[in-house]
Design a binder for this molecule. Structure first.
Ligand code: HEC
Length: 118
């Protein structure tokens, strides 16, 4: 599975989603983008009181996970790709494709990577 992922990730727009080193501004923008794009409809987002959707897993400790959705390496570039187009990486995933700008995807990945258990 991970071998086939490597093939997929060399495809079209993976290079466009090469995040810069996460900085505080990117993390703050990522949180704002996740709220604006409605991720809370399906996920509990840390620090966001409403909505607190339960369709997908809580994202509270995403920075501690080794894997995304239990199947993909939790690297910033892969995470950025996943949040924008999960079905492209995991066909059949219940996480829908969510059109967004490149910067939203990389900022959201920076924010998710900053989320650790207390
Ligand atoms: C329509 C519901 C829905 C929306 C909206 C949604 N997600 Fe998801 N998300 C899911 C589901 C369901 C999964 C589990 C997918 C799987 O395991 O294949 C998931 C999985 C994830 C994961 C992996 C979690 C883990 O524990 O490994 C991340 C990260 C994630 N979503 C981020 C986001 C972000 C960021 C947004 C907003 C841009 C978003 N999601 C919007 C349903 C949604």
């Amino acid at each position: 599975m991970i071998g086939s992922m490597a093939v997929l990730l060399t495809g079209c727009d993976a290079a466009a989603l090469r995040p810069a080193a996460a900085d505080g501004a990117a993390i703050a923008r990522g949180r704002e983008a996740a709220v604006r794009l409605g991720c809370g409809a399906c996920h509990v987002l840390p620090g966001v009181d409403w909505p607190r959707g339960r369709v997908g897993p809580a994202l509270s400790e995403m920075g501690d996970r080794a894997l995304i959705a239990g199947r993909l390496p939790n690297r910033p570039d892969i995470l950025a790709h996943f949040v924008r187009d999960a079905p492209a990486l995991l066909p059949g995933s219940a996480m829908p494709a969510l059109p967004m700008r490149d910067r939203d995807a990389t900022d959201i990945a920076a924010w998710l990577g900053s989320l650790h258990a207390d």
